[in-house]
Design a protein around this ligand. Structure first.
Ligand code: ADP
Ligand code: MG
Length: 378
């Protein structure tokens, strides 16, 4: 049975009626890592894995939701003190509250939802969940009047205020604005964005999930941020977005070796994102792949946020002749994203699974993804 059929069956069984079906997607980020807090670019796209919900106003002041995957039913009111204790339900409650706080309308509704985005794998299942409900509640109670960017901010504020995750805007942005066969270059400084065609005929996008997460001591993320801020101050710019390699090299003698490496990565990454945009317009996926490898190299050697397992996955990809491969996400574990020629796909997966398992005792998880639409009514 399809996910949609399962949801419909469950909704009918629980609520004895029929609602409207909405969905929103998980996301990948092709390139542009650790750039958001430097005022730079990210380059995400929505994928063909989503959260789907059937929803219907119920004429009360209560929300009644059933999660098929967690097999749990929760009821909550819409006032601040009504917050449910189940984590999954807090995402939905948070979205309701953030809409209400902005002067929007939310009344009681019934919902059944399910998803096929692996949780915690770096594909942002939580943003998909928020975006799905934000989009739906905008359509059902607000005549679609809340702007799409505001829907993304509603998801982001939900993470901040109800889930304790201090995230940026990229995940919710990608989930809301995602468009089939398109990636989006988001300028994290201005909030402006542009679609770029992504139709890699003859290639596939494959995520290889190391399923490792290294415990971090003395907050390496904060240290990276501090390095970037220090160099920006030294160069007299607001963020490294405005710095060039020439400026960095001219100031090299009074920047520490470590800060220099961090800044070199960030400045290089900005250029790589722009190069990828040009390459996509030309349909040149070989250049896209090269830049992905360069990003990995930079994240590993200059920014030092890789780990043994991710470097190993990257090496195996290269040995297999994969077109592009790099760490996706903050680093220290999680996935690599790989651009793989169709004819190499099966062999690569077989090889990377076997070699990784031989070395680390467990197989990595493999997710094929296709760039698809984001938030929508089905
Ligand atoms: P991710 O990186 O995938 O966003 P998070 O930890 O931020 O990982 O979010 C995962 C959480 O989102 C889950 O613990 C759950 O609360 C919620 N969630 C995601 N997908 C589903 C689903 N299909 N059903 C119920 N809850 C879900
Ligand atoms: Mg999340």
């Amino acid at each position: 049975m399809t996910m949609e059929a399962k949801i419909k069956k469950e909704f009918e069984k629980r609520f004895g009626s029929e609602g409207t079906i909405y969905a929103s997607s998980g996301r990948i980020n092709l390139i542009g890592e650790h750039t958001d807090y430097n005022g730079g670019f990210v380059f995400p796209g929505a994928i063909d894995k989503c959260i789907m919900a059937e929803i219907k106003p119920n004429g009360t002041d209560k929300v009644r939701v059933f999660s098929i995957d967690i097999d749990e039913y929760v009821e909550f009111g819409l006032k601040e003190e009504d917050a449910p204790k189940q984590q999954w339900a807090r995402y939905i409650f948070g979205v309701c509250r953030e809409i209400i706080k902005r002067g929007g309308k939310v009344e009681g509704f019934d919902a059944v939802f399910a998803g096929n985005i692996p949780l915690g794998a770096g594909l942002s299942s939580s943003a998909a969940l928020e975006s799905c409900f934000a989009f739906a509640l905008n359509d059902l109670f607000n005549d679609g009047k809340i702007e799409k960017f505001e829907l993304a901010r509603i998801g982001q504020s939900t993470e901040h205020n109800y889930c304790g995750v201090n995230c940026g805007i990229m995940d919710q942005f990608a989930s809301v604005f995602g468009k089939k066969n398109n990636l989006m270059r988001l300028d994290c400084r201005s909030g402006e964005f542009e679609y770029f065609p992504f139709e890699p005929k003859g290639y596939q996008l494959v995520l290889v999930d190391s399923a490792v997460k290294h415990e971090l001591v003395d907050s390496p993320y904060n240290k990276r941020r501090e390095s970037c801020e220090r160099v920006a101050r030294r160069l007299g710019v607001e963020t490294l977005r405005d710095a060039t390699m020439e400026m960095l090299d001219a100031a090299k003698s009074d920047i520490s070796e470590e800060d220099y490496m961090r800044a070199r990565y960030v400045i290089g990454e900005k250029q790589r994102v722009l190069d990828v945009c040009d390459a996509l317009v030309r349909g040149d996926y070989e250049t896209v792949g090269e830049r992905m490898y360069q990003t990995h190299e930079g994240l590993s050697k200059d920014y030092e946020v890789s780990c043994e397992e991710l470097d190993f996955l990257n090496d195996v990809a290269r040995e297999c002749g994969v077109t592009g491969s790099r760490i996706m996400g903050g680093g220290f574990g999680g996935c690599t994203i790989n651009l793989v020629k169709d004819e190499l796909h099966d062999k690569f997966i077989e090889t990377v699974k076997a070699r990784f398992a031989e070395k680390y005792g467990h197989e990595p998880k493999i997710y094929d993804v296709v760039i698809s639409d984001g938030a929508r009514k089905c």
